[in-house]
Design a protein around this ligand. Sequence first.
Ligand code: FAD
Ligand code: HEM
Length: 371
Amino acid sequence: MDAQRLKDSFAHVAMHGDEVPLFFYADLFLHHPETRDLFPVSMAHQRGRLVQALATTVSNVDNLETLRPLLEDLGRDHRKFGAVAAHYPAVGNSLLTTLAHFCGDGWTEDLASDWAAAYEIIAQVMVQAAREDEAHRPAYWDATVMAHERRRFDIAVLRLAVEEPLEYLPGQSVSMESSKRPRLWRFYSMANAPRPDSTMDFHVRMLDGGALSSHLARGLEVGGRLRIGSPVGTLTYDGQSARDVLLVAGSTGLAPLKAILEQISGQADPPRVHLFFGASTADGLYDLPDLEKLAAQFPWLTVVPSVSREPGFPGERGSLPDVVARSGTWRDHDAYVSGPTGMVEATMQQLLAQGVPENQIRVEDFGWSEG
Ligand SMILES: Cc1cc2nc3c(=O)[nH]c(=O)nc-3n(C[C@H](O)[C@H](O)[C@H](O)COP(=O)(O)OP(=O)(O)OC[C@H]3O[C@@H](n4cnc5c(N)ncnc54)[C@H](O)[C@@H]3O)c2cc1C
Ligand code: HEM
């Protein structure tokens, strides 16, 4: 199977923009109307998320061993949509029909059979993981809002309680859905290490025009109900490492790093930890009082707040990646970086440029950009 040919053919198809998901969904819903209910009523917010993800994942089949844990997460996580094994061939057929349509004369029998084989391999890993998961975990967890605190007009800290125990590792995320925004699932990171009472904290930043974040940050009340999908993510703490720790949080990117910090604080002999917490303006440092309390309590913890757009700020000023880079040499640290895409990418570049080995850097990219 020629995976490069798969990637090249999708790059060609993707040039057709929004027409591609429109064609895909029209084909899927026409031939398999039973799948329509899995998707939101309005598809306006989807912007071809699934088609892009499908094609990118499938065309990376040559990287199967690296991809496998992510695919297993994805397969388990698809249970919350109501996806079952029988849906996979349906989605695969519509994917191939879509690719054939947009490839035109470039669609050969060889290309078709390579796409079909790659899809089959990927789908099998997902279906298998979902099947094994069915035996011991629900497809989703029901949660109740226990507390909702607005820290700024667009940032809220929520506490949720789940009815059935939900095991996760500090640093991981779950997707959430509200009955007020049916079938719009988005990921949020737990901001605490697992607790015996199964409550979990989340930090949500509302994005302009964002379908779910606006509801979670401004429309939720105590007693409100949410659904939660299975935990995913690899931004987890390497407890075996003897190295000191660098945590870099942009905005609500703080959430998973706070969970890791809590995990570290439970260790008998914690490493030294530097936590950089950045925002555009000082009021974006929505959790700073709590972090400062932790820094006063733990001698191994240093907290460095920084802002990029407030000239009078008394602390560190500048873009967060620059502040991190000029504040130390991090070669001998394990780095955990989380937040908006631009900040995560730039921090990664700065750390690599300093000689931090790639395998000492773990990131969670929230997928949005600072406005
Ligand atoms: C693993 C992971 C963990 C995360 N953890 C957190 C967390 O802890 N806290 C947190 O605040 N966020 C987190 N995020 C981000 C979160 O999942 C959402 O992406 C974010 O809240 C926006 O969701 P939304 O539904 O409000 O926005 P969407 O509706 O998905 O919109 C996102 C952006 O696209 C724009 N947009 C929407 N529709 C269109 C359109 N048709 N055309 C063009 N642009 C459009 C919106 O204006 C908005 O700016 C995480 C993301 C990931 C992947
Ligand atoms: C190889 C097979 C598949 C792959 C690689 C795949 C991958 C993905 C990915 C990466 C996402 C985005 C996750 C997110 O951002 O939340 C997604 C969303 C989704 N998938 Fe799949 N998927 C596959 C098969 C299926 C099948 C068989 C169904 C069932 C009909 C399905 C239903 C959905 C739904 C409902 C969404 C959310 C809608 C959206 O955000 O657009 N997927 N899929």
